[in-house]
Design a binder for this molecule. Structure first.
Ligand SMILES: [Zn+2]
Length: 444
């Protein structure tokens, strides 16, 4: 293995093939060092931490399992000579030094926490791909101009402490720390306590401030949808992330005897809620709208009592922010018009704008893929990711890899090793290019 900085490169089995390549073929050389088996081995090693009986993963943020996964990443990093940093929200950063150590790093990564019945690849792939990409760059003897860092953002999923994306939101200062620290899990443990415990277990890791400058952020992730598989294309160049608006609706009526209370005299909260949901279903029945009522609680929820109260959720998504704004603004009115004799309160609990990643980032990823001869296609992300937060911090892009039948947030989540390797090759070429190209530009 060539020492970092060495100009003499040993390419092992690839020697003959690679020695003839010109310096312009750096991307090809780096991509050739991406080791599909090593990538897969690390993914399976990480998947054993918090493994469930049905082949999935349960690794909730800041639990013993997630802490064990942190140890594994730290071991990997130290074994290949990366330095480790953390911060007050327990994000983990693994750094490959560049020739210009003061330059803002190029950062890649994702998250290692999962849903309670999550899969092996959601989030994990982006972090493991980051390690593989950095190691491929190292083994090529290429010392990047700017430093390159792999990050594991804390609590993307929000399944223990809700809502998620705490690590990337705290880092980019898009959500105040006081708000994050006060969130409690179902056992009453606050994020503040869980963070204190976790950080205390790693006293030797230096802490950094939030919001340090980055040259760029690139997140590799499985698609979590079926499009790439249907197209038979191994790499998606993500154009943007569709926005979402989330509401809670509380309908209040009155309890009554199911046998004696006359129908015209009832204030049935369930019937009112059903009218509201029906009206919204008709109003939102347009192309590309995703409308979900995933939570629906009826009280007192007994067979012979007229329901007095209903709480339900609305999750509304659309790629175009203007359309989503207009539809979301209609929620209150539709609930009010259909409340009948009941009363209703509508609260918007979360808003994420639809966003488009910068053209330069999409071009950089697309050109890296083209240079490597890897088929790719533009694709919109239907799910949210940490890249959403980083988009407001530095030039950001995402690379998608197919997953079987689009199944994700599910123990059956499955990916093809060669597809994952293809996306990792594109990631490696992209971050190497960003680490060097930007400096070449700034040197004039
Ligand atoms: Zn994810």
């Amino acid at each position: 293995m060539a020492a970092p900085g060495s100009s003499v490169q040993a390419f092992g089995n690839h020697e003959d093939e690679l020695m003839s390549l010109s310096p312009e073929n750096t991307a090809t050389r780096i991509a050739a060092r991406v080791d599909e088996d090593r990538l897969w081995r690390r993914l399976m090693e990480l998947a054993r931490v918090g493994a469930t009986e049905n082949g999935g993963v349960c690794r909730l943020a800041l639990t013993d399992e997630e802490i064990e996964a942190r140890r594994l990443l730290i071991d990997w990093a130290l074994a290949i000579g990366l330095s480790v940093h953390t911060d007050d929200i327990a994000n983990l950063f693994f750094r490959l030094e560049g020739t210009e150590s003061d330059a803002p790093p190029v950062v890649t990564g994702s998250h290692i926490d999962s849903q309670p019945t999550g899969g092996k690849f959601d989030g994990a792939f982006g972090v493991v791909a980051g390690f593989e990409a950095v190691q491929a760059i190292q083994e090529c003897g290429v010392v990047p101009g700017r430093p390159i860092e792999v990050v594991a953002w804390m609590n993307e999923e929000g399944s223990r402490f809700s809502p998620g994306m705490m690590g990337s939101e705290a880092f980019t200062r898009r959500r105040p720390m006081e708000q994050i620290l006060a969130v409690a899990d179902t056992d009453g443990v606050r994020t503040a306590e869980a963070l204190e415990r976790t950080l205390a277990l790693f006293p030797e890791i230096p802490r950094r401030a939030f919001g340090f400058p980055m040259t760029a952020f690139v997140e590799a992730h499985i698609e979590q949808g079926p499009l790439l598989e249907e197209l038979g294309v191994p790499v998606g160049v993500v154009t943007g992330i569709q926005g979402s608006r989330r509401f809670r609706v509380r309908v209040t009526g009155d309890e009554g005897h199911a046998g004696t209370l006359a129908m015209p005299d009832r204030k049935d909260a369930l019937f009112a809620a059903l009218e509201m949901v029906g009206a919204m279903r008709r109003a939102f029945d347009t192309d590309q709208v995703k409308f979900t009522v995933g939570l629906f609680q009826v009280a007192p929820n007994v067979p012979s009592v007229v329901p007095s109260s209903v709480l339900f959720s609305i999750d509304l998504r659309h790629p175009d922010w203007q359309t989503l704004s207009r539809l979301g603004d209609g929620v209150s009115g539709l609930c009010e018009e259909n409340r009948g004799p009941c009363s209703v309160t509508v609260t918007e609990v979360a808003t994420s704008e639809s966003l488009e990643f910068p053209v330069e980032m999409r071009t950089c990823i697309g050109e890296s893929a083209a240079e490597l001869g890897i088929a790719n296609t533009p694709i919109l992300s239907m799910a949210g990711h940490d890249a959403r937060q980083l988009h407001y911090h530095c030039p950001t892009g995402m690379i998608f890899s197919p997953c079987e039948e689009g199944i994700s947030h599910h123990e059956a989540e499955s990916c093809n090793p060669s597809d994952l390797a293809a996306a990792t090759r594109v990631l490696a070429a992209t971050i190497a290019r960003l680490a060097n190209q930007a400096l070449a530009g700034s040197r004039g």
